[in-house]
Design a protein around this ligand. Structure first.
Ligand SMILES: Nc1ncnc2c1ncn2[C@@H]1O[C@H](COP(=O)(O)OP(=O)(O)OP(=O)(O)O)[C@@H](O)[C@H]1O
Ligand SMILES: [Mg+2]
Length: 249
């Protein structure tokens, strides 16, 4: 948790091959098309923000990348066998302690060194002093850290997070992003969805804009601002709103 907050300025190592790549993903739920030919890739250390209105397809995209749902079309290639998935809802047992949860999930993940994994995750997430607390008694910020710790147990090269900061107060949110920023600096590719577009600007090397299942934009936050011209000059949030408006959303 020691990484300083900072606006990311360097893109993920652009010479490295993607650790995650999916092309032309299609997902249908009955008549509803949740994803229409959506492509995405991420390189080691890259932070990719997926933004877009409610129902845009963000969760569907992330859960397909995580292997939770199957696409109806397209290809998921170069996805590492071990991918970290942090759903929006807590994925731990509230009647177990923090340490018991981590031990249980380490075993389920098939970790060879369960005690080592437990120590590493308590250290990395700063949850050492809460190791023996029941998960149900944790604050929202610590719950989210436990959720993320479970996603990171297998040391995945890619971490997928669905609205990781949604339930957090500004200080907890800042701490969470310091942590995620540290993961990215250490080489983990991080793909996350958020409704907080300032977060996407601050903690996204690249941004993917989805609306009604369609990928409307992929590029850096500055490129998105340039795409809307004068109307988006004020700040990233204004540029994002204007971008959606110009494309009829
Ligand atoms: N299991 C499902 N069954 C039927 N329709 C679904 C299912 N999951 C998602 N959808 C539909 O697919 C579309 C995309 O949903 P998704 O949850 O991916 O959007 P989202 O961008 O994550 O939205 P939000 O910002 O509200 O979280 C929506 O129209 C949603 O109603
Ligand atoms: Mg969602």
């Amino acid at each position: 948790m020691a990484q300083p907050s900072a606006t990311v300025s360097e893109p993920g190592r652009s010479d490295a091959a993607p650790v995650l790549e999916a092309r032309d993903l299609v997902k249908r739920f009955g008549d509803r098309v949740a994803l229409r030919n959506v492509s995405i890739s991420a390189r080691p250390g890259e932070l990719v923000a997926v933004i877009g209105p409610n129902g845009a397809g963000k969760t569907t995209l992330l859960s397909i990348l995580a292997g939770i749902q199957r696409p109806d079309g397209g290809e998921v290639g170069h996805v590492p066998a071990r991918i970290g998935w942090v759903p929006q809802q807590p994925s731990f047992y509230s009647k177990l302690t923090v340490a018991e949860n981590l031990r249980l999930f380490a075993r389920l993940e098939g970790c060879a060194d369960v005690a080592g994994a437990l120590d590493r995750m308590l250290e990395q997430t700063g949850l050492h002093d809460r190791a023996d607390s029941l998960a149900s008694t944790l604050s929202g910020g610590n719950r989210q850290r436990l959720n993320i710790a479970i996603g990171l147990l297998a040391e995945p090269p890619v971490l997928l997070l669905d609205e990781p900061s949604a339930a957090l107060d500004p200080r907890q949110r800042e701490r969470l992003w310091d942590f995620i920023f540290g993961l990215s600096a250490g080489g983990t590719a991080v793909v996350y969805s958020t409704h907080n577009v300032q977060e996407a600007d601050r903690y996204g090397h690249n941004v993917i804009v989805l609306a009604d299942g369609e990928r409307l934009f992929a590029g850096s936050p500055r490129e998105l601002e340039r795409a809307v011209g004068e109307a988006g000059a004020r700040d990233f949030e204004a540029a994002f709103v204007e971008f959606l408006r110009q494309r009829g959303h």
